[in-house]
Design a protein around this ligand. Structure first.
Ligand SMILES: Cc1cc2nc3c(=O)[nH]c(=O)nc-3n(C[C@H](O)[C@H](O)[C@H](O)COP(=O)(O)O)c2cc1C
Length: 221
C-alpha cells in the first residue's frame, strides 16, 4: 500500500478478534513511529503496552466503575466544555451514524449505553497501548504527540492491524496508573486498542465522512 492508500484505509475498528498481537510487532511499529517530529526534539511520548492478565485486570476495573455509574475524570480536558457549531453537528452525525449502522434507535439510551460500554472492554482488542505525557509539558507537546499517534495508526494499517484510538480508555486514569505503577506526575492521554478486525462485526462496517477540502482551506496569493 502506498502512503495515500494507507491513510485512506485507516479507520477506527470497534470489535476485534481474539487473535493476539505479538510484542515484536509493537516494537517494530514504535521503532518507526518515534521518528515523528517534536518541538526541540522533546519526544514527549511514554507508552505502556498492556495485554493478557494485566489488560483483563484493568478492564474488569473499568467495567466495574462504568457499571456503578461513575463516569470518571480524564487528566486533561479532551472534548470542549461547550459544543459549538460545526463541531456539535459533526459529533451528532458521527454518533447517529454508528448507531444507525448498529440498528440502534437514536432515542434508545439503553442500547446506546451498552455500545458505549464496549469502549471499556477495549472492544475485545488483545493489546492496548496507553499513552502518557509529563504533566509539566504544555499544549505544544500535545501537538507533537498527535503526530506520533498518527504514525502508530498508519504503521498498524500497513501491517494489517486494526486500531481504535480511545479517549474513553483515559476516563479512569487512577485505575491504569495504579495497575501499571505510574507516577501521578504523568497525564494519561488516551489509549489505542490494537488487534485484528472482526470483519463480521456490524460496528466495523461504519465509515465516517470528511468535509470537502475546499471548505477548510484558503489560498492567499
Ligand atoms: C484522540 C481520539 C480519541 C477518540 N476516542 C474515542 C473513544 O473513546 N471511543 C470511540 O469509539 N472512538 C473514539 N475515537 C475515534 C473517533 O470517533 C474517530 O476517529 C472518528 O469518528 C473518525 O472516524 P475514523 O477514525 O474511522 O476515520 C477517538 C479518536 C481520537 C483521535
Amino acid at each position: 500500500m502506498n502512503l495515500k492508500a494507507i491513510i485512506k484505509n485507516r479507520k477506527s475498528s470497534r470489535w476485534f478478534l481474539e487473535k493476539p498481537v505479538k510484542e515484536d510487532e509493537i516494537i517494530d511499529i514504535l521503532d518507526y513511529a518515534k521518528y515523528a517530529p517534536s518541538g526541540v526534539n522533546m519526544q514527549p511520548w511514554i507508552v505502556e503496552a498492556v495485554s493478557k492478565k494485566t489488560k483483563e485486570k484493568i478492564i474488569s476495573q473499568f467495567l466495574e466503575r462504568f457499571d456503578s455509574g461513575d463516569r470518571g475524570k480524564m487528566d486533561y480536558q479532551y472534548y470542549p466544555k461547550e459544543w459549538v457549531e460545526p463541531y456539535k453537528s459533526r459529533r451528532v452525525e458521527t454518533g447517529i451514524g454508528l448507531y444507525k449502522c448498529l440498528k440502534i434507535d437514536k432515542n434508545d439510551k439503553i442500547e446506546q449505553a451498552k455500545q458505549w460500554r464496549k469502549n471499556f472492554e477495549a472492544f475485545n482488542a488483545p493489546m492496548i497501548l496507553f499513552f502518557f505525557i509529563d504533566s509539566s509539558l504544555d499544549k505544544g507537546s500535545y501537538l507533537d504527540y498527535g503526530m506520533f499517534l498518527q504514525n502508530i495508526l498508519l504503521l498498524c494499517t500497513q501491517k494489517g492491524l486494526a486500531t481504535c484510538t480511545q479517549a474513553a480508555l483515559a476516563q479512569y486514569p487512577d485505575i491504569v496508573k495504579k495497575e501499571l505503577n505510574i507516577d501521578d506526575k504523568l497525564n494519561l492521554l488516551c489509549g489505542i486498542s490494537i488487534g485484528y478486525e472482526d470483519k463480521s462485526a456490524q460496528a466495523n462496517s461504519f465509515k465516517t465522512s470528511r468535509v470537502e477540502t475546499k471548505e477548510f482551506v484558503n489560498f492567499h496569493d
